[in-house]
Structure formats: C-alpha cells, structure tokens
Write a protein that binds this ligand. Structure first.
Ligand code: DQA
Length: 148
C-alpha cells in the first residue's frame, strides 16, 4: 500500500494577520514563520505539507472540495468560522479526510461564543491553547491515525 503522508494545512479568516494580532492570545509569530515551523515539524515526522489560507468562506469551502485524492489528512484552524460556519462543517464532511482542529489560543477559556465549535464533530480531535506547538501535537495525532 502507498504511504499516506500528505497533510493539508488549512487556515481561515484573519490567520494571515498573525504577528499583528493580540500577542497575549496568539503569540508574536508571523504567519509565514508559523508555516515554516509546521513544515519543519512535518518533515521530521515524514509528512509532506501543502498550505492554504483564505479570508473568504466560500474559497475555503471550495478548497476543501478539491482535496479528494490530493491529501491524506487535514489540519484545520478555521479562525472565527470555527464557531458558526455550518458551510465549512458540511464541506469537511464532504472532504471526508481525517482532520484535527487546531487553535493557537485556549478557546475554552475565552468568550462564551468561542467555546462552541461547529466543525469539531468532523475532526478526530481538537488541540487548543498550545500556541504554535499545538500544530506539532496535531501532526503527531494525524500521523498516528494514518499509521493506524
Ligand atoms: C483561533 C480562535 C478563534 O476563536 C479566533 O476567532 C481566531 C483564532 C485560534 O487559533 O486561537 O481567529 O482559531
């Protein structure tokens, strides 16, 4: 059987603005620096990555539609869409890939409206509140799942 190691890293709204966002919540890392770290962690684990970020909900939905046959697993941080985008939740269902939901900040300890995720039931698990290191944890979870 062929190796299943292609991980799609998907970021939603406002995450391209990391570095300009509240440092106490999100840390000072720029978005490019975050992607660089994720690439390095993935390669240590024998995983390959592709990245996608958009501030347009429909673009994220359409991107998820394209993944069939191109990715074996998914890391997704939808940003604020996490809390209300039923469209992204349905697109995740269509993509039908093993996925881990990631948040830099600890969404459970923030405002009430951030405590609910509409995508969580289509993800294997959620990693939240660990800053950039949470992406490494999420890559490990996906790898363990793919290695079965
Ligand atoms: C976030 C948490 C969301 O509530 C917020 O809207 C974001 C970032 C995080 O990574 O902590 O944009 O997904």
């Amino acid at each position: 059987m062929s190796v299943r190691n292609r991980i799609e890293i998907v970021h939603g709204v406002n995450l391209d603005q990391l570095g300009r966002r509240e440092e106490t919540m999100y840390g000072g890392l720029s978005f490019d620096a975050l992607e660089y770290r994720i690439t390095a962690w993935a390669s240590e684990l024998g995983l390959t990555t592709r990245f996608f970020q958009t501030n347009h909900e429909g673009e994220l939905v359409e991107h998820l539609h394209t993944l069939e046959g191109l990715a074996d697993g998914l890391l997704i941080n939808p940003g604020a869409w996490t809390h209300y985008s039923w469209a992204i939740r349905d697109a995740l269902e269509i993509a039908a890939l093993p996925a881990v939901e990631v948040h830099l900040s600890d969404v459970q300890q923030r405002e009430e409206w951030r405590r609910h995720s509409v995508v969580a039931d289509h993800c294997l698990s959620t990693v939240s509140g660990k800053g950039p290191d949470g992406y490494r944890d999420a890559l490990i979870l996906i790898k363990e799942h793919l290695d079965g």
